[in-house]
Design a binder for this molecule. Structure first.
Ligand code: ZN
Length: 66
């Protein structure tokens, strides 16, 4: 199974209310704490990583889930 598919399954295995909390607790270098939108799920070094955009300024943000 490809790495990103595995990461996606692991991400979706997290309860949705907890996933929401993680989506709403992303750091943006422009805005500080923000919400990630339009993100892709990938994995790096066995951690799940969300790559997407800041809801406030549309800048690129990422969040590692470990
Ligand atoms: Zn921002």
């Amino acid at each position: 199974m490809p790495n990103d598919e595995l990461a996606k399954r692991r991400w979706l295995a997290i309860p949705s209310d907890f996933r929401k909390k993680l989506e709403n607790n992303v750091f943006c270098s422009n805005c500080g704490e923000t919400t990630i939108v339009d993100y892709e799920v990938d994995s790096v070094n066995h951690d799940i990583i969300l790559k997407g955009y800041c809801k406030k300024c549309n800048g690129e943000v990422a969040r590692v889930i470990n």
